[in-house]
Design a protein around this ligand. Structure first.
Ligand SMILES: CC(=O)N[C@H](C=O)[C@@H](O)[C@H](O)[C@H](O)COP(=O)(O)O
Length: 228
């Protein structure tokens, strides 16, 4: 195991920062993303989350904290580390944690989530984070063997409304289900108060992306206020 149970326990109450730039954006460069991730670590991030094989390996070299890696392929349906092949590539690139689509939707390679997780375990020492979009996803992902459950896909799969801030109701429901797996709050956490609220709702740790690492969106938030 790249991460021991005590490493996971040490993330209790942690801020995890996701550094991602999107296709066509000027910051979409592995060196840049590794620098952003390293800057977040200086600020106190206890782990980082990065997308793409080159970003994962550059970030592994740039930080000493756990790296959660994912591999986005496309942008709709099952696109976050959609297949076992993608997942093993993420692990081989150096991710301590492989984040993957943890929904109940059919996967492009025809494998179940349980088969995918078993394949990751057989082929790597990586921890598995299941990015879920509903309570039913979370229950199924825990049963399939996920080590961590994320609320990452709440509002993106059609099962939950895409509210403006984080889906704390879903987070509370997953925590209350007591699945025996740490629950990570992720998705539309845009303020320190929302991050605090996620911990208070029972999250083991909180992932913040856009609000820390995506200047184009941040600029737009300010512009909206000035133009309204
Ligand atoms: C739905 C999806 O594709 N989520 C992605 C997952 O890695 C990222 O685009 C998000 O930035 C990340 O989840 C962090 O969320 P936020 O940027 O809202 O703090």
């Amino acid at each position: 195991m790249l991460l021991t149970a005590s490493d996971l326990a040490a993330l209790k109450g942690a801020l995890i920062v996701s550094a991602q730039a999107y296709p066509g954006e000027p910051m979409r460069d592995p060196r840049t993303m590794a620098q952003v991730a390293a800057s977040a670590v200086i600020g106190g991030a206890k782990a980082v989350r990065v997308q793409g094989l080159a970003d994962i390996s550059a970030t592994r070299s740039a930080v000493q904290v756990p790296v959660i890696g994912l591999f986005k392929d496309g942008h709709e349906g099952v696109f976050i580390t959609p297949t076992l092949h993608h997942a093993l590539a993420v692990a081989a690139a150096g991710a301590h944690v492989v984040a993957l689509d943890g929904t109940r939707r059919p996967r492009p390679d025809g494998l179940t989530l349980a088969e995918t997780i078993a394949g990751i375990r057989a082929g790597s020492g990586a921890t598995v984070m299941a990015d879920c979009g509903s309570l039913e996803d979370a229950i199924a992902a825990a049963a399939a063997g996920a080590d961590l459950i994320g609320t990452t896909l709440a509002g993106y799969t059609g099962e939950r409304p895409k509210i403006q801030g984080p889906d704390l109701e879903l987070l509370e429901d997953i925590v209350a289900a007591d699945l025996g797996v740490p629950v990570i709050a992720e998705g539309r956490i845009h303020t320190p108060a929302q991050a605090r609220a996620a911990l208070d709702a029972g999250a083991h740790a909180v992932v913040v992306g856009t609000a820390i690492t995506h200047p184009a969106t941040l600029t737009g938030w300010f512009l909206d206020a000035l133009e309204s």
